[in-house]
Ligand binder design. Structure first.
Ligand code: LCS
Length: 394
């Protein structure tokens, strides 16, 4: 938690911004500039040599982006934050920074489809191999670690199956081997889960989701130790160049202010919709971490404040039935992404996780009947009414 502000709800609004430095502007100004003028040739030389603090060029730093980076660092309780142009730019910057050719990565046995695609590419191009682990026990994690293992990469809750991984347990094993644990915290946001507090080393986000919250930005964020992030900034961020635009950083600063309020509402709505879904005859399995009968519920109680806003469920039927359910909806939107005000529903096997080979999808329990629901901020009764009529019309 921030050193300056005691509570998350205050930090999310104030951290990293001082109106006095910006002519009293209440809202963080948007510095929509690509570069910065130097007062003299010598000043330019000093800035490049690192002898004088100050902005040079917006790929190397921007005042609006800096506010966002300080704010997310405080919210995740880390030393430094870095913002990227997409969640995948953040994932790739971190994984490329942590590995070299012939290294190995241990991953949770379920990952967002493009992260899976990135790992496959790293394997093919640089022989950086990876193994999946369900990470249910310390022994299981230990058994996957090789001399060339460079990091452990965990998504929890896992997209789209909503399985949870015990982060404190994984961090304890990683410490035995002195390797870092990277956590994709997209589905929880720091309001529900703070992996660094649980002993993990790096936390990252697709800020496109709950952090932005309004379906109008693609962005990524990373938080961790200053030394590590200084290195990422000067290598995989500066030279690969997946930076965020100042305007998108400005939108995230705006979106973040309501994160706790929005997420509480997402969770309230998801809890109601979950209760209805699990009792519907056309629904076979429902996966929601706040379910007391979910095998991962004890982990949820330990490491997440609430269950979040995403529910996955298998319908009783075939792939065609799953697709028919989407087509039966009246106002709920068929779309990938999550964490927006609008309720979004998608079919992972043919959309977000279509890139994952069928055999791996089956292992990850991404069946052809599985649907992923990002419960929005509408009245839950209306969300349920639309889902209920779509299910009843199958
Ligand atoms: N990590 C997770 C867990 C994600 O769900 C996503 C995107 C990313 C990283 C990548 O972030 P992006 O580059 O899109 O900002 N997940 C998506 C999804 O489930 N539907 O559409 C995108």
């Amino acid at each position: 938690m921030s050193k300056k502000h005691k509570h998350f709800e205050t930090t999310v609004i104030h951290e990293g911004y001082d109106a006095k430095e910006m002519l009293g502007s209440l809202a963080t100004p948007l510095f929509q500039t690509s570069t910065y003028t130097f007062e003299s040739a010598e000043q330019g030389e000093r800035r490049f040599a690192g002898e004088e603090a100050g902005y040079i060029y917006s790929r190397l730093g921007n005042p609006t982006v800096r506010v966002l980076e300080e704010r997310i660092a405080a919210l995740e309780n880390g030393e430094r934050g870095l913002a990227f142009g997409s969640g995948m730019a953040a994932v790739s910057a971190v994984l490329i920074a942590l590995t070299k050719a012939n290294d190995h990565i241990v991953c949770s046995s379920g990952l967002y489809g493009c992260t899976f695609g990135l790992l496959t590419m790293m394997q093919e191009k640089y022989n950086i191999s990876h193994d999946f682990s369900t990470m249910e026990t310390k022994e299981e994690v230990r058994a996957m670690i090789k001399p060339e293992t460079a990091c452990i990469y965990v998504e929890t809750p896992i997209n789209p199956t909503m399985k949870l991984i015990d982060l404190e347990m994984v961090a304890e094993v990683a410490k035995e081997f002195a390797i870092p644990v990277v956590v994709d915290n997209t589905f929880s946001s720091p309001y529900l889960q703070r992996p660094l507090d649980l002993g993990c080393d790096v936390v990252l986000h697709s800020a496109t989701k709950y952090i932005g919250g309004h379906g109008d930005v693609i962005a990524g964020l990373v938080v961790g130790k200053k030394d590590f992030l200084d290195g990422v900034q000067m290598t995989t961020q500066k030279d690969i160049g997946g930076i965020i635009s100042p305007f998108d950083a400005w939108l995230l600063i705006r979106g973040l202010k309501t994160l706790p309020i929005r997420l509480d509402r997402h969770c309230d709505n998801a809890e109601k919709v979950f209760e209805k879904l699990k009792n519907h005859p056309k629904v076979a399995n429902v996966y929601y971490p706040n379910d007391a009968s979910h095998p991962d519920y004890p982990i949820r109680k330990r490491q997440m404040k609430r269950g979040g806003g995403v529910i996955a469920f298998d319908i009783n039927g075939t792939k065609e039935d799953a697709q028919a359910l989407l087509n039966n909806l009246s106002f709920l939107k068929i779309a990938v992404s999550l964490g927006d005000a609008e309720t979004l529903i998608e079919h992972p096997a043919t959309m977000t996780h279509a890139i994952v080979p069928e055999a791996s999808r089956k292992e990850m329990k991404i069946t052809d009947q599985l649907l992923r629901l990002s419960v929005g901020l509408e009245a839950w009764e209306d969300i349920w009414a639309d889902l209920d009529q779509a299910l009843n019309n199958l």
